[in-house]
Structure formats: C-alpha cells, structure tokens
Design a protein around this ligand. Structure first.
Ligand code: SF4
Length: 164
C-alpha cells in the first residue's frame, strides 16, 4: 500500500484557509464585541462615562455604544460614581433585572472602594452589593481609562471568563 506524505507547504496552506473552533468560543467572541451597557449614571464619574460615548472617544469602536434604558436589554452595568446606602438596593435591583450573562465595571475610586468618602452614608465598594469584573481607578477616570476597562472586559469575556 502506498504511503502518502503531506508536504509542509500543504499543511501551512490548510492552516491558512481552515479555521477550527468551538461553539462556546465563537459565542464568547461575539459577546465580547457587542457589550451593551445599561444607561445608568450615579455621580461625577457618569459625566466621563457619557463623554466616552461621544464622537471624541467613541466607545462605538468597541461595539458598546448602545446604552440601554432597560436593564433587560443590557449586559454591562457601569457603576459610575459613589453608591449611597439608599441607592444600594436600587442598584442591586437593576443588576438583578439584567439577563445572564452580565458583567459589572466599577468606574472610579468611589465605586471601587469608597474613594475619599470613608463615611457611613456611602457603600465602601460596590463589590459589596454586586460582583465586579473590572475596576477602573481614578477620580474621575478619564474616558480613555473607561475604554481600557471595556477592552479588559472584552478580553475576559472572549476567554470565557466572568460568566454568571
Ligand atoms: S471617584 Fe471622584 S469623580 Fe468619581 S464619583 Fe467619586 S468623587 Fe466623583
């Protein structure tokens, strides 16, 4: 029986033309490119979040320009600013209304750890209320920093991480 040998050039040509993957990886890749944030601003950081959606910073480059007014149409909650104790149950309610899978970015020092407001009125880090995937430092973080956070989240989602 004749043995057929495969030339390295043929192998390279097949590798160049054929893509193999899994459904899970395809879905994760697609999700990472179309993260829709909830239209939800809390404090001064929200001004920078709004700026990120404008023409200058253009969050649409990363597929996230559709800020949804309904949490049921959003899969990203950007906690943009300090969270008061009174606001905490509201924030949790919004998070619970979002469909799975969903992700959270803590934007700014206040959302991440309470920032300069170490007092009884504010939640000392939103991760005490909802699980956080990415923390963006700054007071306030510039829109570029938020976009960097979105890119980090995209990497995490594409790798299949952060799903709940
Ligand atoms: S981190 Fe700074 S800019 Fe953001 S909500 Fe707190 S005080 Fe305002």
């Amino acid at each position: 029986m004749a043995v057929t040998t495969v030339e390295p050039a043929e192998v390279r040509e097949v590798e160049r033309r054929v893509l193999t993957t899994t459904v899970e990886k395809m879905v994760a890749w697609a999700r990472s490119g179309s993260i829709w944030p909830a239209q939800f601003g809390l404090a001064c950081c929200a001004i920078e979040m709004m700026a990120s959606a404008g023409a200058r910073f253009d969050i649409a480059r990363f597929g996230s320009e559709l800020f949804r007014a309904s949490p049921r149409q959003a899969d990203l909650l950007i906690v943009s600013g300090r969270v008061s104790q009174k606001m905490a149950p509201v924030l949790r309610h919004i998070y619970d209304q979002m469909l799975e899978p969903k992700w959270v970015i803590a934007m700014g020092d206040c959302a991440s750890c309470g920032g300069v407001f170490n007092n009884y009125a504010l939640v000392q880090g939103v991760d005490k209320i909802v699980p956080v995937d990415v923390y963006v430092a700054g007071c306030p973080p510039r829109p570029e920093a938020l976009l960097y956070g979105v890119l980090k989240l995209r990497e995490k989602i594409a790798a299949g991480g952060g799903r709940r």
